[in-house]
Design a protein around this ligand. Structure first.
Ligand code: UTP
Length: 294
């Protein structure tokens, strides 16, 4: 039984990298094969034992709410036409977890988006999963969120996932400065985060470990966000609040092996579509043939 039962999924960004599609549809609702990105993220949270999922939504709030709600008309139609497998799939979406949506009225940054969940999260520790990023288990490891929650259960310390990026790409991410702890978790080094620099130049970067977007926080993060002034791009940055948290308590980082796609980026989105479609029995062989002949 893990202690973390709530997860926050920020999905209220403007998605400018995906315009014009995101003018009316949130990028988190764009499909990877036949499921919106957000559903893969929700599945990761559910697999980690999360019961309450708080989605921070912006303009496309109703599309998100409707997706996780029951659609009686559609269910009736699928039943009458004998499409029982699809019917079960559609029904399971609305029964996956308790989905709560909160509106972030203005895209004031990731820190602000997380802060919007405070009335529901309260004093509990919670997970955060970025809504435009999908991950899948690899090797003997579980989903990243599940592993972070297990680490939290062991250590009762806020923790984040990190991934190693090439030096020339550090300017796209929050990069950590760290020292190694003497203990490990499932043969993985536990890194004690000392500082985070948002999008540093390769010369400024203290390491090549980037924050890809899976976190577990003590509720103290809220008071640190409250004290955080708008930073880069005039947005309230989550990393700035995390730096404040590090000054008061420990923050651990874990590089969990996983398969990850940045679905908020065009190339990442296309790669996810190709890889996941290739794995599918219904269209995989056809796609493989098509790609071979290109
Ligand atoms: P991104 O920086 O990737 O989102 O935020 P963005 O601002 O929509 O990206 P652009 O415009 O294409 O560059 C990471 C996650 O945080 C959410 C986003 O929806 C995304 O899932 N987010 C970001 C919010 O919920 N609110 C914000 O104010 C900013």
């Amino acid at each position: 039984m893990n202690k973390i039962k709530k997860a926050v999924i920020p999905a209220a960004g403007l998605g400018t990298r995906f315009l014009p599609a995101t003018k009316s549809v949130p990028k988190e609702m764009l499909p990877i094969v036949d499921k919106p990105t957000l559903l893969y993220v929700v599945e990761e949270a559910v697999a980690a034992g999360i019961e309450d999922i708080i989605i921070i939504a912006g303009r496309g709030k109703t599309a998100i709410e409707n997706f996780f709600d029951t659609n009686y008309e559609l269910e009736d139609l699928l039943e009458k036409s004998g499409k029982f497998e699809l019917l079960e799939e559609i029904k399971s979406i609305s029964n996956m977890a308790n989905i709560i949506s909160i509106r972030q009225r203005e895209a004031k940054g990731l820190g602000h988006a997380v802060y919007c969940s405070k009335p529901i999260v309260g004093n509990e520790s919670f997970a955060v999963l970025l809504g435009d990023e999908i991950t899948f288990p690899k090797d003997s490891y579980d989903y990243v969120t599940k592993e972070l929650i297990s680490l939290y259960d062991e250590q009762t310390t806020s923790c984040v996932s990190v991934m190693e990026v090439p030096k020339e790409k550090v300017n796209k991410y929050g990069i950590i400065d760290f020292e190694m702890l003497n203990t490990s978790y499932k043969n993985l080094d536990i890194l004690n985060v000392k500082n985070i620099i948002e999008k540093p130049s390769p010369q400024e970067a203290p390491s090549c470990f980037a924050l890809p977007g899976r976190y577990v926080f003590n509720s103290t993060i809220f008071s640190h966000i409250e004290e955080t002034k708008p930073g880069k791009n005039n947005e309230i940055q989550l990393t700035d609040a995390m730096v404040k948290l590090i000054r008061n308590e420990k923050l651990y980082a874990l590089n969990v092996p996983n398969k990850r796609y940045d679905a908020g980026d065009k190339f990442g989105f296309i790669k996810a579509n190709i890889d996941l479609a290739l794995e599918r029995e219904d269209i995989g062989p056809q796609l493989k043939e098509y790609l071979k002949n290109l």
